[in-house]
Design a protein around this ligand. Structure first.
Ligand SMILES: [Zn+2]
Length: 286
């Protein structure tokens, strides 16, 4: 199998803190530095949340703007994906940064349980987020916490609520949501191919110790892989991950053993149907 593999690094998230792992980047400058290291290691998508200085989740568009500017300057070509996930704000504040026009944004299209609460994605909010993404020419990444979310994405695509073919990520191993289950994983792939076409790209993320397993499954099955400290702060039972880059290198090794080249940013943009980066840094963005 020679299809290039896109590696996404979820650098921060809204939950892990320095107490969990000192390598979790919190400030914008830490985030830019960690992203740069992960980019050099082979990641071509950065999935980002922003935090307040006290490490609590934020949805402040100014922080997102500073992060985008820093990543564009230090990682030219890298695909920037902002989270519109539910922990960083309620209602439309979750999409307040979309006018910044990142390449991509995460989009959850249905509700489900999380470890200690309901992850609420009411239909009117889902529709509004999708409209904002269309308006600002942002490709959504559909976060599939459940099979129904894949079928909902198909319904939205058919109704013209999503631009082009959605990029679907299977999320497995969140407590109280979909567990890591190989039959379900295989059925998810089957569903994506049936609904969107055989060659439609998809990716997968596992939470905690399951990150490695989902990386292995996705790479071997021809999908794309997400890693990063948002989903998992450990290398193994005994060792904390020293950086986001270390987790990216672990996926690069899996790609090597599956004879899959790691996609460069130009290939990743082509596979996902994304525009070339805006020429804000002439000379660097070549
Ligand atoms: Zn996230």
């Amino acid at each position: 199998m020679t299809k290039p593999c896109i590696i996404c690094v979820a650098i921060t998230g809204s939950l892990p803190t320095k107490a969990n792992n000192p390598a979790v980047p919190i400030t914008v400058s830490e985030q830019v530095e960690s992203t740069h290291e992960a980019f050099e290691a082979g990641a071509t998508i950065v999935h980002a949340h922003v935090r307040n200085d006290d490490e609590t989740p934020s949805s402040d568009p100014e922080k997102f703007a500073a992060l985008k500017e820093g990543i564009e300057r230090h990682c030219p070509g890298m695909i920037i994906q902002f989270s519109t996930g539910g922990r960083s704000g309620a209602g439309q504040t979750r999409g307040g940064m979309l006018p910044l026009r990142p390449d991509m944004a995460s989009l959850s299209v249905g509700s489900n349980n999380f470890p200690t609460r309901v992850y609420e994605n009411p239909p009117d909010l889902v529709d509004w987020l999708a409209r904002e993404m269309l308006l600002h020419e942002i490709k959504p990444e559909i976060e599939a916490f459940d099979l129904s979310h894949i079928l909902k994405a198909k319904d939205m695509a058919d109704k013209g609520q999503l631009a082009g073919t959605p990029y679907i990520q299977f999320v497995m191993g969140v407590k109280n949501a979909m567990p890591v289950d190989r039959d379900v994983f295989d059925y998810y792939i089957h569903a994506v191919r049936r609904l969107f076409g055989e060659e439609t790209p998809w990716c997968a993320a596992g939470i905690g110790a399951n990150q490695l397993r989902l990386n292995e499954w996705a790479v071997a099955a021809g999908g794309h892989a997400r890693t990063g400290l948002e989903d998992n702060v450990r290398l193994d039972r005994d060792r904390l991950a020293p950086s986001n880059a270390a987790l990216v290198r672990r996926v690069v090794d899996i790609c090597d053993s599956n004879n899959r080249p790691v996609a460069r940013w130009q290939e990743a943009r082509r596979i996902l149907g994304l525009r070339l980066p805006e020429q804000t840094n002439k000379g660097q963005a070549a």
